[in-house]
Design a protein around this ligand. Structure first.
Ligand code: ADP
Ligand code: MG
Length: 358
């Protein structure tokens, strides 16, 4: 078990800086997820923590030790990658014990460690098999087992579920949560999948272009994103953004001339300022009948998912359609005119720079 501290961590490859000063504290036993679009630096940051990349500037602490110069094997960490990298000629048990043999464990100690990990991962019946006789999910479990046997202070995961099909990903997600509860070890997990981030994390770190945008619990990020980037990244389907101009205090005029009232405080902006209203698909109320103040829209497509229906609608000449999640009994269908109510308390207001107004 260990806490982590990153202070002004920078990483450059040749002349190009990839991480631009990362400050982050990870508590002992915490499950922290790094999330962000492809290429934003998640893997680089994880590899810096692992010691697979040298950091260019700043400090990295694991427990009470400054580890900038400490080799990977001495950092008390274990890493699980997207590719399982199992030895094909070794059995599951041998694969799991391999690192321990190198570390000079006795036969009995190795056997006990492998048995315990296999029990935790429910792969006891697979110990004598070779990797080629395993499914993708079973192979990934062996790779995780190989990490568990080393009893690391910190587990590092880099998109470990990306090679699995959707159903298996859901199952492994549940198992990883259970694993964390059982081991109570610090885990740092990288994914580009915001659903994985929301479901696994105690805290999420949202990264963009080598910088931290926001750190918070899943619900903090959902309810109080600091900017438009985080607002658009967390939540599925993603938040709708509607461009407009401020027409009065907390009043926004949209391109089609309709007005939206928000509870956010527009105080620091002048009337006429360019703003963006953000509202999540689950918060727009769409109906077939007109009500006072409702915004007129055209249903381009209704997708019936059974438990809910997604309406893709356009407002005036706005280029981007809005997505609405509604209940399956909603009578609106493709081609209909819809009337949208945007509840003021559900609307986010962003300034021209994309910063959330409080
Ligand atoms: P992510 O895991 O978020 O998709 P990465 O950390 O892999 O992103 O990459 C972040 C950036 O660093 C990318 O622009 C990538 O091209 C660059 N990068 C990663 N590894 C290297 C390397 N070994 N040499 C040069 N550039 C690299
Ligand atoms: Mg990556």
């Amino acid at each position: 078990m260990a806490h982590l501290k990153l202070k002004g961590l920078r990483k450059s490859y040749a002349e190009v800086e990839t991480l631009h000063g990362i400050d982050l504290d990870i508590q002992d036993g915490e499950f922290v997820v790094f999330v962000g679009p492809s290429g934003c630096g998640k893997s680089t940051l994880l590899r810096c923590i692992a010691g697979l990349e040298e950091i260019t500037a700043g400090e990295l602490w694991i427990g009470d030790q400054l580890v900038n110069e400490v080799p990977p094997a001495k950092r008390g960490i274990a890493m699980v990658f997207q590719s399982y990298a199992l030895y094909p000629h070794m059995s599951v048990a041998e694969n799991m014990a391999f690192g321990l043999r190198l570390a000079g464990f006795t036969k009995d100690a190795m056997k006990a460690a492998v048995a315990r990990a296999a029990q935790i991962l429910q792969i006891e019946h697979l110990l004598d098999r070779k990797p080629k006789a395993l499914s993708g999910g079973q192979r990934q479990r062996v790779a995780i087992g190989r990490a568990i046997v080393r009893k690391p202070g910190v587990f590092l995961f880099d998109e470990p579920l990306s090679n699995l099909d959707a159903a298996l990903r859901v199952q492994m997600r549940v198992e990883l949560s259970r694993l964390h509860r059982e081991l109570q070890t610090t885990m740092v997990y990288v994914t580009h999948d915001q659903v994985e981030a929301m479901t696994l994390a105690n805290r999420i770190v949202v990264l963009s272009a080598g910088r931290i945008e926001q750190v918070g619990t899943p619900m903090e990020l959902y309810h109080r994103p600091v900017n438009r980037f985080v607002a658009g990244f967390i939540g599925s389907p993603k938040m709708n953004f509607i461009e407009g101009t401020l027409s009065g205090p907390s009043q926004v005029r949209l391109a089609d001339g309709s007005n939206v009232t928000v509870t956010a405080d527009s105080g620091r902006l002048a009337v006429g300022a360019k703003v963006t209203v953000g509202i999540r698909p689950e918060h727009i109320v769409a109906s077939a009948t007109r009500t006072e103040g409702a915004v007129q829209a055209h249903v381009q497509l209704a997708e019936h998912l059974g438990d809910s229906t997604y309406l893709h609608v356009t407002v005036g000449n706005a280029p981007e359609p809005l997505t609405i999640r509604t209940d399956p009994e909603n009578p609106l269908n493709t081609g209909d005119t819809a009337w949208l109510v945007l509840p003021p308390a559900r609307c986010f207001l962003f300034d021209e720079q994309g910063i959330t107004l409080p």
